[in-house]
Structures are given as C-alpha cells and as structure tokens.
Ligand binder design. Structure first.
Ligand code: FCB
Length: 451
C-alpha cells in the first residue's frame, strides 16, 4: 500500500524512464566509435526528415551527469538505455574498444551513485555499418557477432547490472527497416525482413545464454512492440484482417519465443523463413526468459483492404503527433492477453509515451497537459491489467528527453524533459513534475509510518 494513494501496484514496482543510444548520445566520432547503419542512413539525402543526424543528438555522452541529476529529481527507480554496438565493437566483431565501454561504465556508476538501477538494452537498432555491408541481420553471422557484443558488455557491466534486454522491437527493425525502407538500413524486401527477424530472434536466444554465463544473477528478456489489432467493424472480412495483422505483427514473435514454433497461420511467411531455420534455432529462440518487455503506444484498427489488412482512423478519436490513436485500453488488453496466452513470469512496460508539438512558453516552462493526461490514463490501464492478473513489475515512460525520433529526426518530441536542440538546454515539462509527484505518491510508505 502506498503512503497516500490506494493502489494495485505491488511493492517494489519499478518506475522508470527509457532512452536509446543513437537517439540521445551524439559524440558520433569520439573515443573510437565506428559507423552505424543509422549514421549512414542519416547521411543519405531524403532518408530522414530535414536531414537531421545523430552526430550530436542530446549530447548525453557528455551531459549524462546533468541528466542523471534530473532523473534523481524525478525520483525514478530505474533508467533504461541502450548500448551503441559500434562504440563497443567498431568493426562489428573482434577487437573490443575499451574506451567505448568506459562510457557505459561511467553512466552505470553515475546511476548507481544516485540510487537508480540501470536497465541495459544491447540492441536498439544501431547495427555496425561494416556488418551491414556483409549482409547485416539478413545473415546468420550478424547474430553470431551479436554474441560478442553481449559477452563484451556483460563482462564489463555485469558486476553492477542485473537487468538486461537483448533486442528492442524486432518487428520494427525487420519490417520498417527492411521491408518498408523507412528506417535504416532502408531495404524494401519482405524476404529480407523475414530473414532479419529470424536472425534477430536467434541473436536474442544466443545473447540470453551469453549474458547468463557472464552474470549469474542476470534477469534477461526481449522487448516487443505489441499493438493490439481491433477490427474496424464486425464484418467477417475485417475480423479476419485484424487477426492476420495479429499473426504478422505479434504472434510471429510471441509464438517462437514462447512455444518454439512460427505460427502456421502464415504459410507464405513460413516458406520464406524455412531456408534460414537450422536445427536448434527454435530451441535457442525459445530459451526461457525472466521477463517480457512490452512497448506500447496505441492500437491498430484494421479493415480488409484490396491487398491485405489496412489500418484505418477512428472518427472523433484523439491522435498524437505521430498519428497514433490515444487508446489506453489497448495497452491493458495487450498485457492481459499476453498473460493469458503465454504466462510470462514477469512483464515490464518498457516504453509508453506520446509526441505532442511542445513549445517553450513565455514563462519559460513547457506546458503539455495532453502528455500528462496520456500518461495518467495509460498508467491507469497498467493498473487495471495488474488487477486482472498481469504480472507487471515496472513501467518506463518514453522518453526522458526529447530526442532523435528516427526518420522524423528532431521533429517529434516524446520527452518529459524538453531539449532546446540549438543550445541543448534541458527544460522539464509539466508532465515531468506530474510524473515526479505520481511516483512519490505511489512509493511504499517508509517503515514506521504505515497505518
Ligand atoms: C519505439 C522505439 C523508440 C521510440 C518510440 C517512439 O518504436 O523503440 O526508440 O522511437 O518508438
């Protein structure tokens, strides 16, 4: 029970904030960092809106002490960040760049010094460009090289870090990056996306073992972007379209992870993946994990279109700057359905948040009531799912800082802290103070004051 508020959040529930290396670090050429597919993608004209790059980003590489101080003020229990693979292994594999690891050492120590637990993601999309040149995640060798990253990072940080995430959102990397061509590496082939997804899952399974060997008390999981499809009408065609999207987007990952097999509802995909699946792969992929991380922002409302499922807009609904519908029940549904269907030992909401067109007001503040309302109702949805039996152990807001939002560049502001990119000044938004007060009022009562 909290000190002030009746709550279903269990004692020890983790309140956090999430980020990713390429989106915040900058320092693209410092201390021996190699090139990533996102550096190359940004440098290719027409790929990223307004030609933005990750060269400086939020300059977290240099400003992390200031940012950790903000986290302390916020009162979060944990900070989720990712490792830049080309910072640690500039050639993708082989020689470890010790100076690159030193940076993460400093971040971990700074966090722990402020009582904040580090949650480390190994892969949040910044594949070394040298590996991409040799086939990227389309080839098995990249999953093998990923083990080297896991060994290097877990070996260095494992004495202080117990929470590990292997891969962030394999669907997005595989399909948006390799089939839609909207993210790095910018390919447009369904067959490539299927191969990439298989090797990402394989890399996850192998890295899980590698982390556990290096860190005996490690808690390891993968992070999936699970969006619940809802049929646009109760017509059998729309219901079939929603179910197809569920197979393609959600079950294509959940089934191999939890049941050791790809879903047979997608025969064409099964044909595409078959040449890549070797004996033992599905056993590796379905290695039991300690938790499942879920990223969720919205839902998908789906109608049957001429060439397959089509997402449609809901008249009268609220949408964020990303064009994502505000629909908190979609998060509750995902958490409860995953619990019912796959019974994971623990769940974490590893990302949830919203982009709005924030501006700095004349009083110097950033007033973002839409974001506060969004977080309030999504957190309430998490609470409902816990009451319904979902084993949710933590919630991470996306994101601590406004940052490089991939193909949108700096145009999309997801932070609860505003970043003035020309000066890099940080300005906590009203939602930051709301989240601070929320966390403070949902902490277990200090010993001796209960009752
Ligand atoms: C997720 C990504 C994250 C961020 C949010 C808005 O898909 O994991 O890096 O871009 O969306």
């Amino acid at each position: 029970m909290s000190s002030e508020t009746a709550t279903s959040f269990p004692a020890g529930f983790v309140w956090g904030a999430a980020t990713a290396a390429f989106q915040i670090e900058g320092a693209a050429h410092e201390d021996g960092r190699g090139e990533s597919v996102w550096d190359r993608f940004c440098a290719t004209p027409g790929r990223v809106r307004t030609g933005d790059t990750g060269e400086i980003a939020c300059d977290f590489f240099h400003r992390y002490p200031e940012d950790v101080a903000l986290m302390k003020e916020l009162g979060i229990d944990a900070f989720r960040f990712s490792i830049s693979w080309p910072r640690v292994l500039p050639a993708g594999r082989g020689a470890v760049n010790s100076a690159g690891l030193d940076f993460y050492d400093r971040v971990v120590d700074e966090l722990l010094g402020h009582g904040i637990e580090p949650y480390v993601t190994l892969f949040h999309w910044d594949t070394p460009q040298v590996l991409e040149d040799e086939g990227g995640w389309r080839v098995r060798e990249t999953a093998e090289a990923f083990i080297e990253l896991a060994v290097a990072v877990a070996g260095r940080l494992g004495d202080r870090v117990t929470r590990w995430m292997t891969i962030n959102e394999p669907w997005v990397y595989a399909w948006i990056g390799n089939q839609q061509g909207v993210h790095a590496p910018g390919r447009t082939s369904e067959a490539d996306a299927v191969a990439v997804a298989h090797h990402l899952l394989l890399g996850h399974g192998w890295a899980t073992e590698a982390i556990r060997s290096a860190v005996p008390d490690a808690q390891v999981g993968i992070v999936l972007d699970l969006w619940q499809p809802y049929p646009a009408s109760d017509s059998p065609e729309d219901e079939a379209a929603a179910s197809q999207l569920d197979e393609e987007h959600n079950r294509w990952f959940l089934e191999p992870l939890y049941r050791g097999a790809y879903p047979d509802a997608l025969p064409e995909r099964l044909e595409l993946v078959a040449p890549y699946v070797r004996e033992g792969d599905l056993e590796a992929i379905s290695t039991p994990t300690d938790f499942l991380g879920i990223n969720n922002y919205s839902r998908a409302v789906v109608a049957a279109g001429p060439v397959g499922p089509e997402e449609v807009r809901v008249p009268g609904a609220q949408y964020t700057e990303m064009g994502w519908e505000v629909f908190p029940e979609g998060l509750a549904r995902v958490l409860t359905r995953v619990t019912e269907e796959y019974d994971p030992p623990a769940l974490f909401v590893m990302e949830n948040g919203a982009a709005f067109a924030d501006v700095r007001a004349h009083d110097g503040g950033v007033h973002d009531p839409e974001r506060t309302a969004y977080l309030d109702c999504y957190i309430a949805a998490v609470e409902r799912s816990i009451e319904d039996g979902a084993p949710v152990k933590g919630y991470f807001v996306w994101s601590l800082l406004d940052n490089f939002e991939w193909a949108f560049g700096y145009a999309m502001r997801f932070g609860i802290v505003f970043v003035d990119f020309p000066t890099l000044e940080r300005v906590p938004k009203d939602s930051f103070y709301w989240y601070r007060d929320w966390i403070a009022s949902h902490k277990p009562a200090p010993v001796g004051t209960a009752g």
